[in-house]
Design a protein around this ligand. Structure first.
Ligand code: TYD
Ligand code: MG
Length: 467
């Protein structure tokens, strides 16, 4: 362990994976269970602070200072609606943003395109690459048709050199691709290690804030789904975006999981093309475009992502399990939630999946986390098990409680409007708390799951059929 001259009581130990603090070092974080993630930290003393977020050093301000309230943070739009919406309405000056995603998912492409857009809209942009040579980035820019863009480019990994560049050139926006390749010569561990990533992110963010530079950090995601290195980078920035998608699919989704300047959970949908990422203005149509004739196990779910309705297809497949434990396999949804739905179907509707393998998939590589998908999932499962297709023009949504009762969900009206816009004629949903929504659609409001199963498949819980 590094020698530290500070007295023991001044030391703090922080888990670089979950950010929990501990009073002493240990090999395993008690909070999140990660091994070897606890690092020693020297807490900042109060006196020589240089960090300023808008107050004079050591001073306070009235909470309702009209001058600051009226001056909303200046924003610059990229002019790409899918990106601007995820940022909460454009890029906020001097903000810090982390963009995470699997290697090869398209982060560098997205950010180079964004850099060119912001540069075209008047920002001075520096793109720092630590992973590729300048020639490689220039070639990519040519392929994307961006080679006339005024974006400045640097291939650099030494933090000190990068800060010097920023000091002399003072851009409005700097993009660091990626944070895992940056290293500070004050920290004696390898680039990509937890302490290097922490130090580099901290230096860059505080420096940029002080100089009024917006900074975008690119971070690779590990197999476990965390941004490689410290989760604490997420705490250092104003906005955390994930760039997701399934390999082999052309859709890419930029998702805000934290945003100090706009709604979280907002998504932007892009399509990969030979000329880079193209924005998708009507994602529902795109996500449903691959749907063929309605097959058993296929259900259209009317979902909400952020502030926007999004229709997508949920597919289930049920097959006899060969021997031993039946499989439960989920792509794009929560596995625990699937087990809950299966349990409710068994307990409240008398429909058992014992001895059956269950596969559940959200089409198009989308990931859904809303409980409103419960009812659509349950219907897909029963439809697959009974080998009975549902009507093609019907959307389904609603949350299921453990009692089997259906709970109303948020933004019902938006969901129904989107369904109508895309040509659907009926909806199966929980009982509406108030009248008026979904005029023009045939609404089948249901009280609980057993009613739905009885109405759609003619199965009644009183007489569970033999299997
Ligand atoms: P890249 O942006 O390098 O991914 P990351 O920075 O996340 O590792 O993209 C990976 C590959 O995909 C690269 O070879 C370019 C290709 N690609 C396209 O051809 N079109 C696209 O729209 C995107 C996003 C990527
Ligand atoms: Mg890259």
């Amino acid at each position: 362990m590094r020698h530290n001259p500070v007295m023991a009581k001044d030391l703090a130990f922080t888990c670089s994976s979950c950010g929990a603090t501990h009073s002493k070092w240990s090999g395993r974080c008690e909070a999140c269970g990660a091994w070897n993630s606890i690092v020693e930290e020297q807490p900042l003393s109060a006196a020589p602070t240089s960090k300023s977020m808008g107050t004079k050093r050591g001073r306070t301000l009235p909470l309702t200072d009209l001058a600051t309230l009226e001056a909303a943070p200046p924003r610059t739009e990229a002019g790409v609606a899918e990106l601007d919406r995820v940022l909460g309405g454009g890029l906020v000056a001097a903000s810090a943003i982390l963009v995470g995603g699997d290697p090869g998912i398209g982060k560098s492409t997205l950010l180079l395109q964004a850099a060119a857009r912001f540069a075209r809209n008047g920002l001075k942009v520096i793109y720092v690459t630590g992973e590729e040579s300048t020639a490689q980035v220039q070639m990519r820019a040519r392929r994307l048709g961006l080679d006339q863009s005024p974006v400045r480019l640097a291939a650099e990994t030494n933090l000190r050199d990068i800060l010097t560049t920023l000091e002399t050139e003072v851009p409005d926006l700097v993009i660091i691709d990626s944070i895992q390749t940056m290293w500070a010569d004050t920290v004696d561990s390898a680039p990509g290690s937890v302490s290097q990533v922490r130090a580099a992110a901290h230096e860059l963010v505080t420096f940029a804030k002080r100089r009024g530079i917006a900074v975008i950090l690119v971070g690779h995601v590990t197999k476990e789904g965390a941004i490689a290195g410290p989760r604490v980078v997420e705490h250092m920035v104003d906005c955390v975006l994930y760039f997701e998608g399934e390999r082999g699919h052309q859709f890419r989704i930029l998702r805000a999981v934290k945003n100090r300047f706009g709604p979280a959970d907002e998504i932007g949908v892009f399509e990969m093309t030979g000329k880079g990422l193209a924005e998708v203005r009507n994602p529902s149509a795109l996500f449903l475009s691959e749907r063929g004739t309605p097959a058993p196990g296929s259900v259209v779910f009317a979902g909400i992502e952020g502030t926007r309705p999004l229709l997508c297809e949920i597919q289930a497949l049920v097959a006899p399990a060969p021997q031993g434990q039946a499989r439960r396999s989920v792509v794009g949804w929560d596995g625990g939630r699937l087990n809950m739905i299966l349990a409710v179907l068994e307990a409240r509707c008398g429909i058992s999946f014992a001895g059956l393998d269950v596969y559940l998939n959200v089409a198009g590589g989308l990931r859904i986390s809303e409980p409103a998908a419960d009812l659509a999932v349950a219907c897909a499962l029963v439809s697959a098990r009974q080998d009975a297709a549902l009507p093609e023009t019907c959307v389904i949504f609603g949350e299921i409680s453990l009692s089997g009762a259906l709970r109303p969900v948020v933004q019902t009206e938006n969901r129904l409007k989107e369904a109508q816009k895309l040509g659907f004629t009926s909806a199966i949903l929980p009982i509406l708390p108030k009248r008026g929504a979904g005029a023009g659609l045939d609404l089948r409001e249901m009280r609980d799951l057993a009613d739905v199963v009885a109405a759609l498949f003619g199965l009644s819980p009183e007489a569970p059929e033999e299997t």
